[in-house]
Write a new protein. Sequence first.
Length: 349
Amino acid sequence: MSDLCLLAVSLLNQGQLPGTPELPQPLDFEEAISAPRNSAGTAPSPNCQPTLTKGTIAVTETHQPEFSRSASTRPLTRAYSPLRFLPESAPPLPQFPYPVPIAPELIPETPQTRPLRTGRRPSSGSQLYQQRLAALSAGRTYTRLPVDSFYESWINATRQPTYEQWTSLLGQEARAIAYGQGSNRLTVLVGDSLLLWYPPEQLSGDRLWLNQGISGDTTAGILRRLSAFSQARPDTIHVMAGINDLRQGATDATVLNNLRQIMRQLRQNHPHAQVIVHSILPTRLAALPTERIYRLNQNIAATAHQENVNYLDLQPEFIGSDGILRRELTTDGLHLSRSGYAVLQAAIR
């Protein structure tokens, strides 16, 4: 049996999610691969209307990734240079056979019921990449596993994966979810490191989750890889992007144009999904003044309204009395701390 067939089998053995309607028995393999895609069937959700949404503050403890180790808030005197990736050094990502059987089901699961064995979790991009690769190779989805899963596969990982390797891995995860989604609800997270490092134990167990974040990615990069999950059937898509564009010297007009194209492509690819574009978070960096981010967010909100997608305003929850990112919500003035992810979790719910 192929590795990704194991994904479908393992999910099938877990039962159905609560809250999903009873559907006819899934087709067998031969019928499934010949059936039209629109017969796989979740009911289309109502056309989304643009809204302004505010979250409430939670207190859940989360994980501090490698890039957020330092608590320093030293202001920068200039924007970061464009992200550079190390030369190809990690082994190529294996290719898995498709298709796999359709419509596995999942049992209810909550973050509190996921057991920990070592208490350790990936703290670097190389470790996270190897963990997700191991999960995919075993036919599992990493967002529904304990945070220390496949510990032996990633604990000594040091080779930094390239951008191309990340996009390949995320593409294969997306295809596995698309073929194995069945009647399960699906939420997709699309963005940069802020979503890449979203703690999986904070993801609700009533649905599938597909994380399509890549550290350092820009709106242009995200736009190019939206097709990776075009065959999936999400009911909700969260988009958080733009901060790396500003760090690399992009103009506000460039960010807005790319975000508009992202909104349009997502609406075209997923007409029944609720698309939610997040505001750009404030920072504590002198090179990225709050005033500029505030004005840009106003334009993002207007663009979202024009494109008939939702806009999630995170600034009220993240900005402090001093007008910049609240100190307790960040570890380096840019990336989120455990408390920061707790606030983001409350807003995404």
